[in-house]
Write a protein that binds this ligand. Structure first.
Ligand code: SF4
Length: 757
């Protein structure tokens, strides 16, 4: 096995460099090892992208690696104890695979293939093996019911991009390092370190905007840390961002400030905007959003007249009823002001693994190619809403889900109506999880297959180098030898079992097939750098110790910066990345239109999706949205947390409890709740009791509870998290509240009642 490039000395000390896999920021880490154990982790000052930045989570890879609760070997469920908690027994890998084969076989035989569903959690986006292999596993399992954390997060971004640019993967990011005006809606990068925008040291980059004379504006119902650091914070009623954005465009058009510039060459439908946005005057938007009409006009003027402006929206704009419309409107703002695809505006990164082809028309973006069984929801990006999982499991009938295969996911904490989700998973005939913990979700599994720990596998951010504010590439090898099979071997074996090859199938079969197919496509493509080359020779040249590394090498070498398998000796390859342990910087983002477009006519049609109807639906709902006087619940993120998966690290959860219900002082007085007391929070579907934190950081009428907590269920093996359990905010989220265009759950702006407890 190739170990991570390292500096050694004579004292048993070794220093290795590695990209942090814990969030989207992709920071470089310098890891000092003494006698084979991690002594210290700090930011890698030579990393080409992060330049030494590190957050508190990054330095805890040692604790994660050493965590006694982390599974090192597979476990199978053998029964339940007297408290009803599941009992697991460690088994060897051969026994685990036999059990998986039996479970899958018996469910398929009794109920058919459509009875097997898949759930993919957020960490998969950070895993090289998932990026290279997961699609093959899903295809092999083939039941059609696929759910993921995307529909409790960013699916609106995929859908808006799909309709506008022809691919759900083409998501523009703010050109942070060059913008003159950064406007952030529903985003808190001081806590998240950035999302759908890969930017190590996001806070430093925000500060740099101001240092170079630019401005930073935050629109958020909470005065988050990001809002505190901004030039201007505009509190907004939850779930009303689409109305604000529509009013911004309305004002820009009404005042003749529209200046799409070169975009008019490719964008159709700009002339239809004015009429369709007519209902969204700043005055109307003021009544809905709570932001004054003059303030809205001033914001629109500022965006329209800035030398460059990046208007960026995240979770607060996507996990709401009009999330896809809001995302589309963000891009419309960029288009009418000429800020799409220009330095300082919203741009696209280009990952070194991206497929480069001559521009060819796509087939047109489609959703609803098949529909869900119970709620008749359209498939979006080949998925159904995660909010529908309980119905698909609990509602009887043909196609009822009887088995779930979950990959690094914890839907009991992260998806709506958590109580029913828990009940649904408990009712399954079989469940297999690929996970390193027995958590609130995997406690229902019959078999848990643990992949290697974070320091035991190689790393390359396939997903995030396509969402990055600079074009970079960085690969790191494993720091330690792994104890069990490689992650991609687990995925490949699962796929092979699902395809009927049995529990003894060799995962190499799948890796070899993937590489051969990938290179065959390249050889057959006249635009490929390896067009017409000898396939066997190319396959023999592929580098890498593991299946995922080998697939990555093939992708990089045939990608836009690749060495073309020798055609360009200075080009990108795994070998070249090994020589650059601090990464390779390919410079700032570059304009990519029109080459990036994959629409059917290679143009951008603003009205290609159902956005005209959605604007009408939003206009029709304006009266209701002006405020019904009910309290609205929003989530929040903390720097030391990452959804539910960093809560078993003592150093990250110790101190003042963070899972509190934030209430504005005026609301607290009205409701009779007090700081440090407890409040009962009730929604249409559930109820929790949470400690109260009275603070003016939330606007009146809004309360906030962080997500990812609630570690007090029987049977979980998370000793630290259990001591800091908190409450599960998703007990309160309503599975019927969904953005209909993307199937994304409404996690922000949930109507709730509050009373002293
Ligand atoms: S910001 Fe993200 S990538 Fe950087 S050290 Fe923290 S967790 Fe790791």
């Amino acid at each position: 096995m190739t170990v991570n490039p390292a500096r050694d000395d004579d004292l048993g000390t070794r220093t290795v460099f590695r990209t942090c896999p814990l969030c989207e920021a992709t920071c470089g880490l310098e890891i000092e090892l003494v006698d084979g154990t991690v002594k210290r982790i700090r930011g890698d000052r030579e990393d080409v992208f992060s330049r030494g930045f590190i957050c508190p989570k990054g330095s805890t890879l040692k604790q994660l690696h050493d965590d006694p609760n982390r599974l090192r070997r597979p476990v199978v469920r053998t029964g339940v104890d007297e408290r009803g908690a599941p009992v697991f027994e460690e088994v060897d890998w051969d026994d685990a695979w036999r059990r998986v084969d039996e479970l899958l076989g018996s469910v398929r035989e009794a109920h058919g293939n459509e009875a097997v569903g898949v759930y993919l959690g957020n960490p998969n986006a950070h895993l090289l093996a998932s990026s290279t292999h997961l699609r093959q596993v899903i295809k092999a399992i083939g039941g059609g019911a696929v759910f993921s954390a995307s529909t409790v997060d960013q699916m609106p971004r995929h859908v808006a991009s799909g309709y506008l640019y022809g691919s759900g993967a083409h998501m523009p990011v703010p050109d942070l390092d060059r913008t003159d005006l950064l406007v952030m809606l529903g985003a808190n990068p001081f806590a998240s370190n950035g999302s759908i925008c890969t930017a190590p040291d996001f806070p430093g980059r925000i500060e740099a905007v101001r240092e170079r004379g630019g401005r930073v504006i935050v629109v958020d119902p909470r005065r988050s840390r990001t809002a505190e650091a901004a030039d201007l914070h505009l509190p907004i009623r939850p779930g009303t961002d689409a109305v604000l954005l529509a009013a911004l465009v309305h004002h820009i058009l009404a005042t003749g400030q529209s200046a799409p510039g070169r975009l008019t060459e490719w964008v159709d439908g700009l002339d239809g905007l004015e009429a369709r946005l007519a209902p969204f005057t700043p005055e109307v938007a003021a009544g809905v959003t709570g932001i004054g009409a003059d303030r809205i006009r001033a914001l629109a003027d500022e965006i329209a007249t800035a030398r460059s402006a990046a208007v960026y929206g995240r979770i607060g704009t996507t996990t709401v009823e009009f999330g896809t419309l809001a995302t589309w409107l963000l891009d419309v703002v960029a288009m009418v002001t000429g800020n799409l695809d220009r330095p300082g505006g919203m741009m696209w990164a280009q990952g070194g693994h991206e497929r480069v082809r001559e521009q060819k028309p796509g087939r047109g973006y489609k959703v609803g190619r098949w529909r869900s069984r119970v709620n008749d929801r359209p498939e979006v990006q080949s998925e159904f809403p995660a909010a529908d999982i309980p119905d698909e499991i609990l509602e009887p009938g043909d196609g009822q889900l009887r088995m779930l295969v979950s990959f690094a996911g914890n839907p009991v904490l992260s998806c709506p109506d958590a109580t029913r989700m828990d009940e649904a998973l408990a009712s399954l005939e079989a469940m297999v999880s690929v996970d390193v913990y027995i958590n609130e979700t995997t406690r229902h599994a019959d078999v848990i297959l643990p992949p290697p720990g974070s320091l035991e596998k190689s790393h390359y951010d396939i997903a995030f180098y396509a969402l990055s504010v600079r074009n970079v590439a960085n690969w790191s090898g494993p720091v330690f030898e792994r104890e069990g099979p490689a992650e991609e071997d687990i995925l490949a074996k699962l796929a092979l079992i699902a395809l009927g090859f049995g529990p003894d199938a060799d995962p190499a079969l799948m890796h070899d097939q993937m590489i051969t197919r990938l290179l065959q496509t390249e050889v057959d493509d006249p635009a490929s750098p390896v067009a017409g080359r000898d396939l066997d020779q190319l396959v023999a040249m592929v580098d890498g110790d593991t299946g995922a590394d080998r697939v990555l090498d093939a992708l990089l070498r045939t990608g836009p910066r690749g060495d073309g398998f020798g055609a360009d000796p200075d080009g990108l390859s795994l070998a070249r990345l090994r020589e650059h342990p601090h990464g390779i910087d390919y410079g700032p983002l570059e304009p990519r239109l029109p080459g990036l477009l994959r629409t059917a006519d290679l143009r951008i049609d603003l009205w290609a999706g159902p956005f005209a109807d959605e604007l009408t639906r939003l206009a029709d709902s304006l009266e209701d949205r002006a405020g019904d006087g009910r309290l609205r619940l929003v989530g929040r993120r903390h720097l030391r947390s990452n959804n539910s998966w960093m809560h078993n690290v003592e150093v990250l959860v110790k101190g003042k409890p963070r899972c509190t219900l934030q209430v504005h002082p005026d609301d607290a007085a009205d409701l009779g709740v007090v700081d440090g007391g407890a409040a009962r929070v009730t929604s249409r579907v559930g109820e929790v009791v949470a400690p109260v934190e009275v603070t003016d950081a939330v606007m009146p009428g809004v309360v906030s509870l962080p997500h990812g907590w609630g570690h007090d269920l029987p049977g979980i093996r998370l000793d630290v998290a259990r001591e800091h359990a908190g409450v599960n905010s998703n007990v309160l989220t309503d599975p019927e509240a969904i953005d209909p265009l993307s199937g994304t759950a409404v996690l922000n702006g949930i109507p709730v009642e509050i009373a002293p407890a």
